[in-house]
Design a protein around this ligand. Structure first.
Ligand code: KIV
Ligand code: NA
Length: 263
């Protein structure tokens, strides 16, 4: 397919073509994700949970993310690699710049940060200096303690309004992509229609421009999985088939189905 860039994804959004993202943390799985046809690979700080066994992403460090980004890069071929900035590594623009530099030098094409309005200055500073940013709104797992648990966000009109305002603001600040996690389907659809930048959903219903899942969840390996997860290994013989099935289901709109969404 040729190296995927942000312009590829912008064109796909404009053409109404859905794209897929899967997390990977090492070279073998990033090769499989790329071969399955996913346009983007996320080196998620979910590695704190699925690789390290913590019950949140808070213990993940920039060194961990650098190491796994380097590993993923070696397998990624055409797919675009986005790396998560871990907890408290982007609390002000200077700190964010120093840490994002490390992830770009490890080979990421874009960094992802959780937050809305308060991140605007950081986003514009990074973008002006050549570091593309993916923002992350809705359920932001690094704030699990402040949110009072892993729960759906944006259910009240007030919350929904504030997520939409954050989304507009991060786009205005120069973000290239937005991840929306665990929000009601209608809110995610509304935000995806209002924004020019592609929106990647997880637990956000079928109306977003793309879908992402954590590798271990879609392979049915996680102990507790959320309502929005489908086990793509079910009825299939190998991981390659499962990854391909996820990518195909995202592209033809059959995932997520009604049973995976929050209303
Ligand atoms: O860390 C991660 O895997 C993520 C996705 C779930 C969006 O942030
Ligand atoms: Na993450």
């Amino acid at each position: 397919m040729g190296k995927i860039t942000i312009s590829t994804l912008d064109k796909m959004k404009a053409a109404g073509e859905k794209f897929a993202c899967i997390t990977a943390y090492d070279a073998t799985f990033s090769r499989l994700v790329s071969e399955a046809g996913a346009e983007t690979i996320l080196v998620g700080d979910s590695l704190g949970m699925v690789l390290q066994g913590h019950d949140s992403t808070i213990p993940v460090t920039i060194e961990h993310m650098e190491y796994h980004t380097e590993c993923v890069l070696r397998g990624a071929s055409d797919a675009m690699v986005i790396a998560d900035m871990p907890f408290m590594t982007y609390s002000d623009p200077q700190q964010a710049m120093a840490n994002a530099t490390r992830l770009l030098q490890a080979g990421a094409q874009m960094v992802k940060m959780e937050g809305g309005t308060w991140l605007s200055d950081t986003i514009s500073m990074l973008v002006e200096r050549g570091i593309p940013v993916c923002a992350h709104l809705g359920l932001t797992p690094q704030s699990v303690n402040a949110l009072g648990g892993f729960r759906v966000q944006g259910r009240t009109p007030k919350e929904a309004k504030s997520i939409l305002a954050d989304a507009v603001e991060i786009q205005d600040a120069g973000a290239s992509l937005l991840v929306l996690e665990c929000v009601p389907s209608h809110l995610a659809t509304d935000i995806s229609e209002k924004l020019d930048i592609p929106v990647i959903g997880i637990g956000a219903g079928p109306g977003t421009d793309a879908q992402v899942l954590v590798m271990h969840d879609l392979l049915g390996l996680s102990q507790h999985s959320a309502r929005f997860v489908e086990n793509f290994m079910a009825g299939r013989d190998n991981i390659q088939q499962a990854l391909k099935a996820f990518v195909d289901a995202v592209k033809d709109g059959s995932y997520p189905a009604e049973e995976h969404t929050y209303s």
